[in-house]
Write a protein that binds this ligand. Structure first.
Ligand code: HEC
Ligand code: HEC
Ligand code: HEC
Ligand code: HEC
Ligand code: HEC
Ligand code: HEC
Ligand code: HEC
Ligand code: HEC
Ligand code: HEC
Ligand code: HEC
Ligand code: HEC
Ligand code: HEC
Length: 290
């Protein structure tokens, strides 16, 4: 290897010496021209890299578009990226080669785990969410999670699930990566997911014999975590006004939503005097179904 290099060096020098003396020797002498096809004779790696992953640096430019001249005539024939790339915020970043670590494979991008601002030259939606919905993710750098460009990490890479029922693909039922503390969910979210943290409510409801036990948690606690509905949202005027004026709280007779109608319970003594209006004069309106 070493020997081959040395040999190449000798022929390179011969070549340049030849080019160098051409002018002095007069117009009769043919001029040897260094072309991009010659580079590989002495430089092994750059042509290999470009062939493998040169992208547009392979198809849109040649070695010599970037490397104008050659040592010893031109001491450092290394281009500035800005010679060809300008006019976008991205091209105003410092240290292009910090991320595009090899100009011969420009789309192979590496970054450390503390990069945020450079990402914002192309992606803006995520930072807006991270800033307007403050969470502990807001304090992390983009590349702390996306350590390879374009790679999406699993939540479970860094977090334990709330239960065995909930797996990676379920996290986004309730959380969004860039605003994780703003918990929302859709109307088809299984009650078992809620049970991971609310086992008491889950058990109470599912073991009740009242009709609420057939309903999903999210049927009542709609869309946003910690939302608590009013009974009258669904049961509009269930009983005559006179009765409601006397007993304004549904719970006085019906106990709690998760465990309705424990009529006989000592725990709900208010139900006893309420026995009279047990058969409301007007038929109670059925709950609105959705
Ligand atoms: C005959 C061998 C030979 C050929 C052909 C050759 N080079 Fe070189 N090149 C060298 C040598 C030897 C050096 C180191 C010279 C020095 O450091 O003074 C060098 C240096 C360089 C450098 C500077 C590297 C640095 O770190 O500053 C670049 C860039 C370069 N060559 C590009 C090319 C390109 C592009 C071609 C094809 C158009 C090419 N070379 C063709 C032998 C060659
Ligand atoms: C888009 C511009 C561009 C093209 C095209 C390009 N280079 Fe380079 N090349 C660079 C830059 C920039 C550097 C300096 C990299 C650094 O500082 O790490 C470099 C470095 C080099 C070096 C010296 C360092 C090394 O890796 O050995 C050589 C030799 C070289 N290029 C040869 C080539 C050859 C041969 C080709 C064509 C097959 C080529 N380059 C095509 C931009 C280019
Ligand atoms: C001699 C001109 C020239 C130089 C110097 C140059 N580029 Fe390019 N580069 C181009 C052209 C032309 C394209 C294709 C058109 C475009 O995407 O703008 C390109 C494309 C790219 C691409 C997209 C590649 C792809 O396959 O889509 C990246 C990334 C890139 N350049 C980075 C760099 C970086 C980093 C530097 C400095 C180390 C640099 N370029 C220096 C001419 C150049
Ligand atoms: C923090 C890392 C980082 C830095 C620093 C960086 N880039 Fe990029 N660059 C990227 C990423 C990521 C892409 C997107 C690649 C893709 O589309 O897959 C990219 C894409 C590009 C592209 C192709 C897309 C386009 O918009 O044309 C060019 C050209 C480019 N960069 C040039 C540069 C230049 C020039 C610099 C220095 C002024 C630079 N980059 C600095 C990460 C970086
Ligand atoms: C030069 C512009 C540019 C820069 C800088 C850039 N990206 Fe990208 N990024 C892109 C493009 C273009 C895509 C491909 C978009 C697509 O597929 O919809 C992409 C895709 C992504 C994706 C995958 C999106 C998906 O839907 O799968 C993630 C994640 C990503 N970038 C994160 C980052 C992070 C983090 C940074 C900073 C460390 C960054 N990007 C810097 C242009 C850039
Ligand atoms: C690369 C690691 C990483 C990944 C991937 C990740 N997180 Fe985090 N997350 C963290 C760190 C670090 C914290 C802060 C922990 C602390 O300070 O206790 C955090 C905090 C949180 C918090 C608490 C927020 C607060 O403000 O209280 C939630 C919720 C969360 N993550 C959900 C998720 C979800 C859902 C995903 C997938 C979409 C995810 N995380 C992906 C690292 C990660
Ligand atoms: C805590 C880890 C974490 C942090 C910090 C983070 N992301 Fe993400 N990002 C993710 C996860 C997980 C996804 C996948 C979301 C999904 O599948 O719905 C994602 C998705 C993306 C996407 C794909 C499109 C989208 O919005 O879903 C882009 C682009 C992106 N992130 C860019 C960024 C940028 C830019 C930053 C910094 C401002 C950033 N991310 C910070 C974890 C993170
Ligand atoms: C059914 C909805 C739901 C699903 C599905 C869900 N989470 Fe959560 N998660 C929550 C709620 C609600 C909180 C907030 C509890 C609070 O306010 O303290 C939370 C809090 C967190 C926290 C903050 C720390 C903690 O434990 O309180 C992390 C981290 C987290 N979730 C990660 C995940 C991951 C990872 C997944 C997927 C494996 C996931 N979550 C799936 C609802 C859900
Ligand atoms: C990761 C654990 C976790 C998950 C999963 C979870 N919650 Fe919670 N939830 C909590 C915590 C913690 C509180 C606060 C308890 C407190 O303040 O005493 C809470 C409080 C509530 C409250 C009471 C709000 C109030 O004002 O008292 C409701 C209602 C609620 N959650 C419904 C749900 C529903 C519906 C689901 C399923 C879609 C769910 N939760 C999933 C942890 C969770
Ligand atoms: C999101 C809507 C919703 C909310 C909020 C709600 N309910 Fe219901 N409720 C229903 C539905 C649906 C039924 C079943 C109706 C049917 O099957 O005919 C029902 C049934 C009932 C029944 C009849 C039970 C049985 O087994 O016959 C009573 C009593 C009742 N609800 C009381 C309440 C009380 C008290 C509250 C507040 C603590 C409440 N509901 C909150 C939707 C709701
Ligand atoms: C029929 C509507 C309805 C259903 C279904 C329902 N809830 Fe509730 N929930 C309520 C109402 C109304 C309250 C307020 C207390 C009350 O009046 O009973 C409440 C209170 C809560 C509270 C706060 C007080 C407490 O008991 O800790 C939590 C947590 C809660 N529900 C979680 C759940 C979970 C988890 C499910 C599913 C297993 C569920 N709920 C199903 C209507 C419902
Ligand atoms: C004074 C006691 C009392 C109060 C207060 C009360 N109810 Fe009732 N409610 C009853 C009784 C008794 C029945 C009939 C039970 C049966 O037939 O099994 C009933 C029946 C119902 C029914 C079922 C109707 C049907 O068609 O099956 C609903 C729904 C209902 N109540 C909702 C409510 C709501 C909502 C409130 C609060 C706004 C409320 N009730 C307040 C005593 C009460």
């Amino acid at each position: 290897m070493r020997v081959a290099k040395l040999f190449n060096l000798v022929s390179a020098l011969a070549l340049f010496a030849f080019v160098g003396t051409a002018a002095a020797a007069g117009p009769a002498q043919p001029t040897a021209v260094l072309t991009s096809a010659d580079c590989v004779k002495c430089h092994e790696q750059p042509p290999k890299d470009i062939a493998a992953a040169g992208g547009k640096h392979k198809t849109e430019v040649s070695c010599q578009d970037c490397h104008v001249g050659h040592p010893p005539k031109v001491k450092k024939p290394i281009p500035q990226c800005s010679q060809c790339h300008e006019g976008k915020p991205h091209f105003k970043l410092q240290g292009c080669l910090g991320c595009h670590s090899n100009p011969h494979t420009p789309k192979v991008i590496k970054f450390g785990n503390n990069v945020t601002d450079p990402c914002l030259t192309c992606h803006t939606g995520q930072i807006e969410q991270l800033r307007s919905f403050k969470s502990k993710h807001s304090a992390l750098n983009c590349s702390f999670c996306h350590n390879v460009h374009g790679r999406i990490p699993d939540c479970t890479q860094c977090h334990k699930s709330h239960s065995n029922e909930i797996v990676q693909k379920d996290c986004k039922v309730c959380h969004q990566a860039h605003k994780p503390a703003d918990v929302t969910y859709k109307s088809d979210t299984p009650s078992k997911f809620c049970a991971a943290c609310h086992s008491k409510a889950y058990k109470l409801l599912t073991s009740s014999t009242a009709k609420h036990s057939k309903l999903a948690c999210v049927y009542c606690h709609q869309a946003k975590h910690k939302m608590v509905p009013q009974c009258t949202q669904c049961h509009v005027k269930p009983h005559p006004a006179a009765i409601m004026a006397k007993f304004p709280k549904c719970g006085e007779c019906h106990s709690i939503a998760h465990d309705l109608n424990r009529w006989g319970d000592a725990a709900a003594p208010a139900a006893a005097p309420a026995a009279a209006p047990a058969k409301p004069a007007a038929p109670a309106k059925p709950a609105k179904k959705k």
